[in-house]
Design a binder for this molecule. Structure first.
Ligand code: HEC
Ligand code: HEC
Ligand code: HEC
Ligand code: HEC
Ligand code: HEC
Ligand code: HEC
Ligand code: HEC
Length: 268
């Protein structure tokens, strides 16, 4: 299902672009309904040729791609035969094909140039410019380390195992936080993104919130009548005097937020 608000935002972003290409890309909300119009990365002088032509030489990429969200992008003026999902990211391919293909031959590679993705995902560009961010615009990593652009599931890293979870990508670079612990913090089952903003954040350590609200979203404070002062309880323990000491993790209480090997209360 397509999220209406998100697609409207995307369309607003797209139409705001001063595109040189006037090709209409029509995408489908479900696979049969054409919906929108857009712009793609430019390759001077080149025209669209459609996925089928790319498949002839890049057969290995063909297989899983049809399940990717980008496979649903169409070039409208050539009709439904002209699925141009490949060219939505790589730019029109006629010149690349004319010279028989090749590295650096008239084709955009967003693995080296993430600007190709920002043509359509402008809000993601802004996220990478927040004060705390993964060093992607600095050229130290790329989108494909977390998103498989050609695979069945764009939310898993390229080359990942079919049954891997989204967090597998995080684990490849952040082993300490992802490794198994004796006392697991169940929050991790919901994924790293339940506390971190993966692209960038205004908060240190890419956190969704810089204060106790990070934790209190899941750990409700309950007024507990069995405590003498009727004070707030979190996890069955009175926290009245604790919450003013700092954050749940920095005040010395639950320092091992990702899991602990010594203490169920998540301490080192
Ligand atoms: C005639 C065969 C042929 C066709 C058709 C073809 N390619 Fe290629 N392409 C190649 C070859 C060969 C390479 C170099 C691969 C290598 O050395 O690993 C290549 C490389 C690429 C690269 C990597 C370029 C780089 O600089 O990193 C991309 C991206 C690419 N092709 C996309 C496409 C797309 C999209 C299409 C369809 C529009 C397409 N190709 C059609 C043969 C072809
Ligand atoms: C969502 C954007 C996107 C779409 C759609 C897309 N690609 Fe790519 N493609 C990328 C990125 C990003 C890389 C760089 C991957 C990397 O660095 O690991 C890439 C790399 C490549 C390469 C270089 C070799 C490689 O595997 O690294 C080829 C060839 C290629 N794509 C062909 C295709 C073909 C053919 C299609 C359509 C079936 C396609 N791409 C669809 C984003 C896309
Ligand atoms: C031509 C425009 C265009 C380009 C270029 C493009 N995308 Fe997309 N992308 C879209 C659209 C449209 C959707 C939503 C498709 C849908 O709703 O099914 C999407 C969906 C996605 C999603 C899934 C979002 C979700 O809600 O699950 C990811 C992740 C993504 N793109 C990453 C990338 C990356 C990484 C690149 C560059 C390698 C890229 N895109 C390049 C248009 C584009
Ligand atoms: C460090 C890993 C990482 C990198 C690098 C990364 N992403 Fe993401 N991205 C994620 C995760 C994780 C999510 C899912 C977030 C969530 O579930 O809240 C996501 C979500 C998205 C979405 C869907 C956003 C939405 O609002 O639903 C898009 C589109 C996207 N990424 C595009 C990109 C593009 C384009 C790049 C490269 C310029 C990129 N990402 C680089 C990890 C990453
Ligand atoms: C390709 C490697 C790579 C992947 C994949 C990756 N990261 Fe990172 N991460 C980095 C790098 C590099 C930094 C910057 C480190 C620095 O500046 O010291 C970083 C920084 C961070 C930070 C801030 C650390 C600090 O001390 O400020 C957090 C939090 C983080 N990543 C979480 C994640 C999450 C969550 C994911 C998965 C969605 C992820 N990372 C995927 C390489 C990666
Ligand atoms: C329950 C919330 C939560 C979840 C879920 C979570 N983190 Fe964190 N993470 C934090 C907090 C809080 C900090 C800051 C710790 C500090 O400053 O001492 C942090 C810090 C980090 C850092 C910076 C280094 C460090 O330890 O201070 C990295 C890297 C990181 N997390 C990666 C991950 C990865 C990868 C995942 C998923 C496997 C993940 N986090 C899941 C809350 C979380
Ligand atoms: C995404 C939801 C979620 C977030 C966010 C979250 N937690 Fe948890 N946490 C859980 C779940 C689920 C459990 C296991 C059930 C329980 O004990 O409530 C748990 C258990 C705990 C425990 C062990 C309780 C015990 O007695 O065994 C501690 C301590 C804890 N969390 C601290 C934190 C801290 C500190 C933060 C903020 C950095 C945080 N949690 C954020 C979901 C979350």
């Amino acid at each position: 299902m397509k999220h209406p608000t998100r697609s409207r935002r995307l369309l607003a972003g797209l139409s705001a672009l001063s595109g040189t290409l006037l090709l209409a890309l029509v995408l489908t909300a479900c696979r049969t309904e054409p919906v929108a119009v857009s712009d793609v990365p430019a390759v001077p002088g080149a025209k669209f040729v459609g996925n089928q032509v790319c498949f002839d030489c890049h057969t290995n990429i063909n297989r899983a791609f049809l399940a990717s969200p980008h496979a649903r992008l169409y070039v409208s003026d050539l009709g439904m035969k002209s699925e141009a999902g490949c060219e939505s990211c790589h730019g029109p391919g006629s010149e690349h094909v004319r010279v028989g293909g090749g590295l650096g031959k008239f084709i955009v590679n967003p693995g080296r140039a993430p600007a190709a993705c920002f043509v359509c995902h402008q809000e993601i560009h802004s996220q990478f410019r927040l004060p705390h961010h993964h060093p992607l615009l600095e050229g130290q990593m790329n989108c494909a380390q977390c998103h498989d652009p050609h695979g069945m599931d764009i939310h898993k890293p390229a080359g990942g195992l079919a049954f891997a979870r989204q967090d597998q990508s995080c684990a490849e670079c952040h082993r300490d936080q992802s490794k198994p612990h004796v006392f697991v913090h169940e929050a991790l089952r919901e994924g790293c993104a339940s506390c971190h903003q993966p692209h960038g954040s205004i908060n240190n350590k890419l956190l969704l919130a810089r204060d106790n609200n990070l934790c209190l979203r899941c750990h409700a404070q309950i007024a507990n009548p069995t405590f003498p002062d009727g004070s707030i309880s979190i996890g069955g323990t009175s926290h009245l005097t604790y919450l003013s000491r700092g954050t749940c993790w920095s005040a010395g209480c639950h320092t091992a937020v990702h899991g602990s090997n010594v203490d169920a209360k998540l301490r080192y």
